[in-house]
Design a protein around this ligand. Sequence first.
Ligand code: GLV
Length: 386
Amino acid sequence: MPVITCIQDLRRLYKRRVPKMFYDYCESGSWTEQTFRENSSDFADIHLRQRVAVDLSDRSTASQMIGQDVAMPVALAPIGMAGMQCADGEIKAARAAEKFGVPSTLSTMSICSLEDVAEATTKPFWFQLYVMRDQDFVRDIIQRARDVKCSALVLTLDLQILGQRHKDLKNGLSAPPKPTFTNIINLATKWRWGLGMLGTRRRSFGNIVGHAKGVSDISSLMEWTSEQFYLHLDWKTVAQIKEMWGGPLILKGINDAQDAKMAVSIGADAIIVSNHGGRQLDGALSSIRTLSAIVDAVGDKIELHLDSGIRSGQDVLKALALGATGTYIGRAYLYGLGAMGEFGVRTALEIIQKELDLTMALCGHRDIKTVDRDILLLPPGFEINR
Ligand code: GLV
């Protein structure tokens, strides 16, 4: 067992333990993957100011996201098919988050259902919604989220159509994997994953199968997206969903100041500055680069969260210093999940928190809530004008 000291160690172990098609699904962006790469490399372009001779006792990373207490402002992002990376993956991730004291967000396209996760946890989690063409399904799943006491709805706005990820097409991505020659050869080397999958009944899209009209089986996210996702999704639809849900609403996938202003006018509680981890519009600016313009436009009117590209506590700190009050990790915890299940997610959260705490301290702060852009040395393109 290797010594795990950073998120990239988890990624290496994850790569060894999980079938190639699911590793590739996680570790890719759309088309040329420019945005996928820049989401991370742009974080690296921001430098930090080293400060000294500051009392560093009694430090705290505790904060709030949409009024809910969090051990650190880092939530688990919704991830489609997390239960294919590891048996019962969504349950394990939600449990790890609950024990750690951070929010977890269940995807519409999860393997474990809303009810499965609710049964296995004790505190409310958040639910991410993709709007489908089938209005009854949408009404029903919002009601199901309410019934299991989800404490926020995260409505995704940047995926009515799926950006093309070459590897998924080449691998014939499906849940569960089809028994092709290539898959069988690959799966034969992933005994830990296989044993887990044999031990669970959850191997398809738990929120959909048996709930959407006439759907007794779906295996391909790509097929389902192209047939079922609601192409007409617009601000009027967003307002309708807000009304239907009636609770805290977070809009995910805003990457432009103009759209951020629309989100404010709709009355959302928070927005997630996001380009879907570089998986949708290839060529879009990285989230961390877009954040400044959005802070300028609406930073004093709505809570700003950020995802896409975060792989360390340093990245979290930079996003917070630039004006986000919350962040999300996706791949960073998925590596842990695929590598070591619930323990792996906990390990990912511990790594991020330790990096966040120590880096905050080395920048001269003791409380995450006092960190501001003063700790940053920003290259051109990241400036805040306010
Ligand atoms: C779904 O959210 C995906 O990016 O595949």
